[in-house]
Design a protein around this ligand. Structure first.
Ligand SMILES: [Zn+2]
Length: 321
């Protein structure tokens, strides 16, 4: 473990089952990280207290003085306003809660800021990952859902309701009957998320008797579809093309709003690398307005740590403002 000296900042990524805690230098070097469980009982009322206690323990263990802590940043899996107020978060059991204010109270007035987890992950990649050096960037995390974050001129686009850059729920996909998690039908994430890939494969298997290695498997993951496609399975390849085309269409729509310099694709499915990204790249080139067509589409670099990085950067940025 690196010896922890000088000014530091805490980057906290709150998930439904665990809270990732990182200690960063001001420059964004990850000095230490660990996790604690997320106690979602009783409407999540212990979560911020648990984090505060853990921060105190880590500080004690590493001889970090309070004066050396520049700030505490949080990534939260729900809509968060720019002032750190969370507008309800189902996974944590939270209603409306001012995370930044609560954090300052629990941690002796240390500067605090909070953002949506997908937004802070984007900020993390922008600061220390695949987006380094860019001025604007859009990140999509392809997971159970579709997490998205938009950075313009180095700042997260929060939006008026904490839902800025929420590309997962733009209405784009036709021909679906099942509802999305948000209650609507036809959201981008219904086709482009890992769950969307699995569902599309299940539908395709049911509709035809085309041979496929996926046939007869009760339970397969998005990764199995990607692997099958890579190994020449025509049905799996068609499913992946469908999913990637919709994702590219989402990016092309976003290009018409923010025209970012680059797109960063993260999440489990993106680990397939160029095989997956090339499908998105070619569809994007075809679908985007000609001026935005050459924007780069790259793989995320920080993996599951992106949220901690971005949370740390968020609070540093809020102090510069
Ligand atoms: Zn939706």
């Amino acid at each position: 473990m690196t010896k922890i000296e000088g000014k530091i900042v805490f980057g906290i990524d709150i998930g439904g089952t665990s809270v990732k805690c990182g200690i960063f230098s001001r420059e964004g070097e990850l000095l230490y990280k660990d996790e604690i469980p997320t106690r979602t009982q009783e409407a999540g009322r212990f979560i911020l207290e648990d984090i505060s206690r853990h921060i105190a323990e880590l500080s004690e263990k590493n001889s970090i003085e309070k004066a050396d802590v520049l700030g505490i940043g949080y990534g939260v899996p729900g809509p968060v306003q720019e002032d750190g107020v969370v507008n309800g978060c189902v996974n944590l059991g939270w209603g409306k809660i001012d995370v930044a204010e609560q954090s300052r109270k629990l941690n002796g007035g240390i500067a605090s800021a909070a953002g949506n987890d997908a937004n802070v992950a984007a900020l993390g990649e922008f600061w220390r990952g695949a987006g380094r050096g860019a001025k604007s960037m859009l990140m999509i995390t392809v997971g159970t859902g579709l997490g998205c974050g938009v950075i313009v001129n180095g700042r997260v686009v929060f939006g008026a309701h904490g839902a800025g850059g929420e590309l997962g729920h733009i209405p784009l996909v036709s021909g679906l009957t099942e509802p999305c998690n948000c209650g609507k039908t036809g959201c981008l994430e219904q086709a482009a998320s890992a769950t969307g890939i699995i569902r599309a494969a299940q539908r395709k298997l049911k509709e035809s008797d085309e041979p496929s290695v996926l046939r007869g498997k009760d339970d397969f993951m998005a990764k199995d579809v990607v692997d099958a496609a890579r190994n020449g399975d025509a049905l799996a390849d068609e499913v992946l093309n469908y999913s990637c085309r919709y994702l590219a269409q989402g990016l092309a729509v976003a290009a018409g709003v923010v025209d970012p310099e680059m797109y960063v694709i993260g999440g489990g499915v993106s680990k397939a690398g160029d095989f997956y990204l090339d499908k998105i790249r070619s569809a994007y080139r075809e679908l985007a307005f000609y001026a935005s067509r050459d924007a780069k589409i790259v793989q995320a670099a920080l993996g599951n740590d992106a949220g901690m990085y971005g949370a740390a950067r968020l609070v540093l940025g809020s102090m510069e403002a």
